[in-house]
Design a protein around this ligand. Structure first.
Ligand code: UGA
Ligand code: MN
Length: 324
């Protein structure tokens, strides 16, 4: 009887040992990170596509003890430059729809700060409520366009973009600027996520093509040997910078070191605002072409059709008030 028990024990012993070893190996695997990275991290993608930095020291050097229980924390990544998107916006039937599309895009971009500037005498309830639920770091400003400038044929959103610039300068004026990039994001355009990846690396002023603008399928800076040498455009080719507002980004440092650069009402015609502004902060030779030497369209100057409200009732209104 005793010998039977002994022989069973010795048959089982190796198996018990194998199970113990396997359980031990399993518990030494690194635990998954507790904090998830954003679904889309344009900056790390932009630097060679590696989502995580490679370990320093390389493999096979034998510096790390083999039986280390936890992986070392990865070396700190350089701070991600913040993208500041200045969006002028005004009250109209499609406003909330436009802002919703925009927020859905911006929410997927890491380290983006939305500066929403209402063309209004006060912050509206609709926009305040919207921003509070948008799930984005944001700043809500307002400034009304003077009545005399609200005419067809005159530039739009001059005062609102300047209010955004003033906020940025005030916020960063007293300290050494953190890395940042400014971009003017009108509320009706369409922005690809790749665009933010491209603009994030702006050193001074960067440029790229814009789709569906100027009476053409696209406009773009012409690039030779990595430098902008002219403009492909069908409209006012004499513009010093023949580019739409959606076609460039400026580093925060350039905005701060040119404190007087603003959008001007006096003498500025529609379509010339971009040139008038860019002339104050850069030269064509200095521009940094993005989007594969300006051969890819990553933003579209879409315009929303004026909505038909011909059947809105004058009497017998709905029994509830609904925000649209
Ligand atoms: C083109 C350019 O893409 C704009 O950047 C430029 O401001 C504009 O021309 C101009 O003429 O000044 P476009 O599509 O014609 O754009 O202009 P909108 O999209 O109607 O307006 C540009 C931005 O200003 C939008 O974000 C819009 O919400 C805002 N806006 C427009 C106001 O804040 N107030 C207004 O009265 C009109
Ligand atoms: Mn527009």
């Amino acid at each position: 009887m005793k010998s039977v028990l002994f022989s069973r024990f010795f048959i089982l012993l190796p198996w018990i040992l194998i199970v113990i070893i396997m359980l031990d190996v399993d518990t030494r695997r690194p635990a998954p990170p507790l904090t998830s990275r954003p679904y889309f991290a344009p900056y790390s993608g932009g630097r060679g596509g590696a989502r995580f930095p490679l370990r320093r020291g390389g493999p096979g050097r034998g510096r790390e003890p083999r039986n280390e229980s936890w992986p070392r924390p990865p070396p700190p990544e350089p701070p991600l430059p913040t993208i500041y998107a200045i969006t002028p916006t005004y009250s109209r039937p499609v406003q909330k729809a436009e802002l919703t599309r925009l927020a859905n895009t911006f929410r997927q971009v890491a380290q983006l700060h939305w500066i929403l500037v209402e063309d209004a005498a006060a912050r509206s309830e609709l926009v305040s409520r919207f921003l509070a639920r948008a799930g984005l770091p944001s700043t809500h400003l307002h400034v009304p366009t003077p009545r005399r400038y609200k005419r067809p044929g005159l530039p739009r959103a001059t005062e609102q973009r300047n209010a955004g610039l003033a906020w940025l300068r005030q916020r960063h004026g007293h300290q050494r600027a953190q890395p940042g990039v400014l971009f003017f994001a009108d509320d009706d355009n369409t922005y690809s996520l790749e665009l933010f990846q491209e603009m994030r690396t702006t050193r001074k002023v960067s440029v790229w093509p814009v789709g569906l603008v100027g009476g053409r399928r696209y406009e773009r800076p012409l690039v030779e040997n990595g430098k902008v040498v002219g403009w492909y455009t069908g409209w006012r080719a004499d513009r010093p910078f023949a580019i739409d507002m959606a076609g460039f980004a400026v580093s925060l440092q350039v905005i701060l070191s040119n404190p007087k650069a603003v959008f001007k009402r006096r003498g500025s015609q529609p379509g010339m605002q971009e040139s008038d502004f860019l002339r104050q902060i850069t030269t064509v030779e200095e521009l940094e072409p993005k989007a594969n030497n300006c051969t890819k369209v990553l933003v579209w100057h879409t315009r929303t059709e004026k909505v038909n409200l011909a059947n809105e009732p004058k009497y017998h209104l709905d029994t509830v008030t609904i925000e649209v």
